[in-house]
Design a protein around this ligand. Structure first.
Ligand code: CP
Length: 330
């Protein structure tokens, strides 16, 4: 356990060691158990403030961070570019220095391609308070950690040898960033899982992300495989994580995006596809899920689906993050 995490930024899981991440998981399990039994923790962040800056909308992330701050005794402030001077051009440095002189943490969601993660690291360079990613264009670290927590609850802490499948799925409603599949391809090999990444041609992830993921897989002595065949990927899997993302490495032009996606409407998870995996396999999704496109209701509402557990665990993993990085010292 590493107890020296006070004031540490959490922009990517890749900035934290496996020991650090296990410390967050240990505390998250404890806080979840206490929440279930009515044990309160409103002393940990008493009188402390978290600023939550959203460049894009959110259901889970906003409400789990805000609720988490309440439960730890602090206060969360919801900010958008429009509600601040960011829309008038105030930069990450000035915003970060000022907000961190008032409060104790700044969380940012910024999924602008090629901009988001750089904005967070720029803010972190200047702000005195820890900076947390609430999802950007590259990574969604709190989602991936909540997912890992869910998997450990179901299969135990040792996940070595388990097959984890990240698959593209058809989701025509809007273009989703690459950050969720990228956060998973980075995190799961470090916890001993063999990872298979399936996607149609044109939907590859960022080359530098894949390079780092291969390095993590080599270091952990696990397999990292890429395929364009969803059915083959599903075979013998323990964890199935099919979700939509945009062909962002190829185009973000709306008409092209729609035309490309329409060719792959059969990348929808059905009970027949689920049957290719192990009987004990679980269906995962970060939500919001595009029902009837990414997966059928039969799959999403089946006993194999753990999507609501994943969403629930956002609260506990983020409480652990905030307690470790914002609490502890007066
Ligand atoms: N999974 C997730 O980040 O959900 P929101 O976009 O609702 O925050």
């Amino acid at each position: 356990m590493n107890t020296k995490l006070f004031q540490k930024d959490f922009i990517s899981t890749t900035d934290w060691s496996v020991e650090d991440l296990n410390t967050m998981l240990d505390l998250a399990f404890r806080l979840k158990g206490d929440f279930a039994t009515g044990v309160t923790h409103d002393h940990i962040l008493r009188a402390k403030t978290l600023y939550m800056l959203f460049f894009e909308e959110s259901t889970r992330t906003r409400n789990s961070f805000e609720t988490g701050m309440t439960q730890l005794g602090g206060h969360a402030v919801y900010l958008t570019p429009k509600a601040t001077q960011i829309d008038h051009g105030e930069n990450a440095k000035d915003t970060g220095i000022v907000l961190s002189s008032y409060g104790h943490g700044i969380a940012v969601r910024d999924c602008r391609t090629g901009i988001g993660q750089k904005y967070l690291y720029e803010m972190a360079k200047h702000a005195d308070a820890p900076i947390f990613s609430m999802q950007e264009d590259v990574d969604h670290p709190n989602q991936a950690m909540a997912d890992l927590m869910t998997m450990m609850e179901l299969f135990g802490r040792n996940l070595r040898g388990r097959k984890f499948v990240i698959s593209w799925a058809y989701g025509p409603k809007y273009v989703r960033p690459l950050s969720v599949p990228q956060s998973l391809v980075w995190l799961m090999p470090r916890f001993g899982m063999d990872v298979t990444l399936a996607y149609p041609e044109g939907y590859h992830l960022m080359p530098e992300v894949m390079e780092k993921a291969r390095q993590f897989a080599d270091e952990a002595d696990v397999a990292l495989t890429e395929t364009h065949d969803m059915d083959a990927a599903f075979e013998d899997a323990d964890f199935l994580y099919p979700k939509s993302w945009g062909p962002i490495m190829v185009t973000e032009e709306e008409a092209e995006v729609e035309a490309m996606a329409a060719k792959h409407a059969d990348w929808c998870v059905t009970p027949e596809k689920m049957a290719l995996a192990k009987k004990s396999a679980v269906y995962m999704h970060c939500m919001p899920v595009d029902r009837g496109h990414e997966a059928t209701d039969k799959v999403i509402d089946s006993p194999q689906s753990v999507i609501y557990k994943q969403a629930e665990n956002r609260l506990h993993i983020q409480k652990a993050l905030m307690a470790l990085t914002m609490g502890g010292r007066a």
